[in-house]
Design a protein around this ligand. Structure first.
Ligand code: GLN
Length: 447
């Protein structure tokens, strides 16, 4: 713990942490050390883990990296936090992220951008950028992030670590600050697949506080990490032919595909005719859900209240105007627009139909194949400020991560070698619904 705390101090310029719980972590470490000596310690005894700043931890601040919640103290812990603590993990602090998890570069945070430790002129990815950098730079052993459309996987890829998005419903969302409720899932960022399996095993499972959590039994993922037999893998032709795909990323993927073939697995190019529609469908639906979820920040119930508010109307208007950043406001407005009476059918219901088509196409591919392989992101980490002027360009960074989210499928990003310019590249595998066990075992046995 002391080593991690001193490294956090040394690498403060990366801006990965919003707050470090030094004293609390130290006293907890002492208690856990006693438990280890007594032989009564839990599965995660002594694991030093950080929490993305949209995961509630009782009596600690949580702000979703927004001015709107700056200073807010959580009155209860998320189910995932309770489960980590029950198994004796040590929570070391709050990790920076995009405001309300909206972004792909960690540049929308009220607390400033996070820097990629591989090259500090570049972004770490987002929205769980602080979580990825904290693991990458050795500031903690593992971190929790949330993934709505790629926010665990894409920063994991940009920072050269492992990132897992579980199936929708595998992990409770109770105590997670909601962005788009039909997409949000908590996932681990770790150095190894083994660590990801162990953490998932602890945080997954039914929770009476989240009716969308599945009652399916949770396998002992961490002791089932050997993949026996040969896999049949589909890679999406349209993705590999996409003009936005960086050449260096493409060649990393191609050499991984040949390596998997040499190991005896089958890899085949398959059609996925919906690639152009995944980003529009994802953004229409998530903005709609976000506009509804964020309606609670009204300057009255909790969070920021404008000091110049005079009456109820101006309390709402001024608090929301001053409390939310640009990107969040853009999404609330677009989300309200697509849900409005005159446009609901043209946008929101249309996007729901497209979501169903995408889901059906992926489910039918997974009837014939064990996994779908894609690059996690079309490019390696891009420069700070490079995409902030054009939201559409930023949204296209999610083109390979949102399909698993639209379909509720589990997906993992694994380090897949270096780009010619030295940056980490991530390879993504999508598995069958609730197929985390096979996905983790395959990733562990083959990478
Ligand atoms: N970049 C995507 C977005 O901005 C994904 C974010 C996320 O998964 N939280 O919506």
């Amino acid at each position: 713990l002391d080593q991690y705390l001193s490294r956090i101090r040394e690498r403060q310029h990366l801006n990965a942490f919003i707050e470090v719980f030094s004293e609390e972590a130290a006293s907890r470490a002492n208690v856990i050390q006693e438990k280890i000596l007594a032989g009564t310690a839990g599965k995660l005894a002594g694991l030093i883990i950080g929490l993305k700043d949209n995961i509630c931890f009782k009596d600690h601040r949580v702000a979703a990296a927004s001015r709107m919640l700056d200073g807010f103290v959580s009155v209860y812990s998320a189910t995932v936090v309770e489960r980590l603590l029950q198994e004796d993990a040590i929570i070391i602090g709050r990790l920076n992220c995009d405001e309300f998890a909206m972004g792909a570069s960690n540049e929308t945070s009220f607390f400033g951008p996070v820097l990629n430790a591989a090259d500090t002129s570049r972004v770490p990815g987002g929205s769980s950028g602080g979580s990825a950098v904290a693991v990458q730079a050795g500031l903690c052993q593992a971190a929790l992030g949330t993934d709505t459309g790629g926010s665990v996987r894409q920063p994991a890829a940009f920072c050269g670590v492992v990132g897992l998005k579980p199936s929708y419903g595998r992990v409770s969302r109770n105590g997670i600050i909601a962005y788009a409720s039909s997409f949000d899932q908590v996932g681990p960022l770790t150095h190894s697949v083994e660590d990801a399996a162990l953490i998932l095993e602890v945080i997954a499972g039914a929770d009476p506080a989240d009716s969308t959590s599945s009652a399916r039994e949770v396998p002992a993922y961490s002791s089932l990490l050997e993949f026996k037999g040969k896999a049949k893998i589909a890679y999406l032709k349209e993705a590999f032919e996409s003009p936005g795909l960086d050449e260096g990323v493409r060649s990393c993927m191609e050499s991984q595909i040949s390596r998997l073939r040499e190991l005896g697995h089958t890899a085949e190019a398959c059609d996925f005719p919906y690639l152009d529609f995944v980003v529009p469908a994802y953004y229409i639906l998530t903005m709609a859900e976000a506009s509804s979820n964020l309606a609670r920040y009204d300057g009255v119930h909790y969070g920021y209240r404008s000091p110049s508010a005079e009456n109820l109307e101006s309390t709402y208007k001024k608090s929301r105007t001053e409390g939310f950043g640009e990107e969040v406001k853009r999404r609330i407005m677009l989300g309200t627009f697509v849900l409005s009476a005159g446009y609901y059918d043209a946008y929101y219901s249309k996007a729901q139909k497209v979501r169903r088509l995408i889901r059906d196409a992926l489910f039918s591919l997974l009837e014939n194949y064990d996994f779908i392989l894609l690059p996690t992101a079309p490019t390696p980490a891009f420069g700070l400020g490079e995409k902030t002027d054009d939201p559409i360009v930023m949204y296209l960074a999610d083109i390979f991560t949102v399909q698993a989210s639209l379909a509720g499928l589990p997906a993992i990003s694994i380090p897949a070698g270096a780009h010619p310019d030295g940056l980490p590249v991530g390879l993504q595998l999508i598995g069958r619904k609730f197929g985390e066990q096979d996905l983790l075992a395959f990733a562990n046995s083959n990478f």
